[in-house]
Ligand binder design. Structure first.
Ligand code: PLP
Length: 279
């Protein structure tokens, strides 16, 4: 099956998709992106992802060349061409090619890139056992709500994760949990789910929103508030949410056992609800 690439309106084989060294995405990380996955060949929450792409672009004064309707056609066509049983769609829009200068011209033509590759969901045994995480100082900039391709702090955090042989970095700023390096974090205390509020400190996860709604519809109280590192350690359950991790229980943080060291009842319920929803 082919990995599919799409560049500035044209589908090409991945190896032929090239952008200029003067692209501002390459020079400055001046661009935004989205990652979408399919379930049973259909993109999950595509509208929400495209709406966030639009919000991210607008926040950077970057003119998106395609409406959500046009994007939807391109995404569906990419999925059709790749023909993978499950696919991961990566979209990136940069401010385009220009002689290197930090300031930009309003006339710059954005560069638009999409790839469609095979998606390998997390192993069922990992879902069932839960994962280990470590806390990492959140050194990101003040607009984490923008899904920008500037991911240096996340890159460094994920490298620490790799070296420590754990699953995810839980980012902590001034003693408070913000989110994961590639996921949102939910903390369960006394039957209620607490998670950092939307705003400049976190990415408004598409999965986060879906899972919070599922929790509410099941009568699980939801609190959008920051949780301290010590509350994280003392939690009954810690849960990661995200496009690639879905709902994933964390059973150990910084070597400390969470709850009884196994995925708890709320994580299991929310994971099952999400599964029902996507099926
Ligand atoms: N937070 C960060 C920093 C992320 O990079 C991601 C996804 O990549 C998420 C949260 C989860 O967002 P979503 O559920 O939209 O995939």
């Amino acid at each position: 099956m082919p990995d599919v690439a799409f560049i500035n309106g044209t589908f090409v084989p991945l190896a032929e998709a090239k952008v200029s060294i003067e692209d501002r995405g390459f020079q400055f990380g001046d661009g935004v992106y989205e990652v979408i996955r399919t379930y049973n060949g259909r993109p999950f929450a595509l509208e929400a992802h495209l709406a966030r792409l639009d919000r991210s672009a607008k926040a950077l004064d970057l003119t998106q060349p395609y409406s959500s309707v046009v994007w939807t056609d391109h995404v569906l066509e990419g999925i059709r061409r790749a023909a993978y049983p499950e696919a991961k769609i990566y979209i990136q829009v940069t401010r385009g090619v220009a002689p290197r200068d930090h300031a930009y011209s309003a006339e710059a033509t954005p560069t638009v890139v999409m790839t469609v590759r095979e998606f390998h969901p997390l192993d069922k045994s990992i879902q069932a056992a839960g994962v280990e995480a470590m806390t990492v100082e959140d050194i990101r900039w003040g607009r984490c709500d923008i899904k920008s391709v500037n991911l240096l702090a996340n890159v460094l955090a994920r490298q620490q994760v790799k070296q420590a042989r754990v699953f995810e970095a839980i980012l902590v700023r001034a003693g408070l949990v913000t989110e994961g390096a590639v996921s949102n974090v939910m903390v369960v205390h006394g039957g209620a789910v607490a998670t950092a509020p939307e705003g400049p400190r976190i990415l408004s996860g598409v999965t986060r929103a879906v899972v919070l709604n599922l929790a509410l519809s099941e009568g699980v109280p939801v609190q959008e508030r920051f949780v301290s590192r010590s509350d994280l350690y003392a939690a009954d359950e810690v849960i990661l949410t995200g496009t690639t991790v879905e709902v994933l229980a964390v059973v150990r943080v910084d070597g400390k056992v969470i709850g009884n060291g196994r995925p708890g009842p709320i994580a299991q319920r929310l994971a099952a609800s999400l599964r029902n929803r996507v099926d």
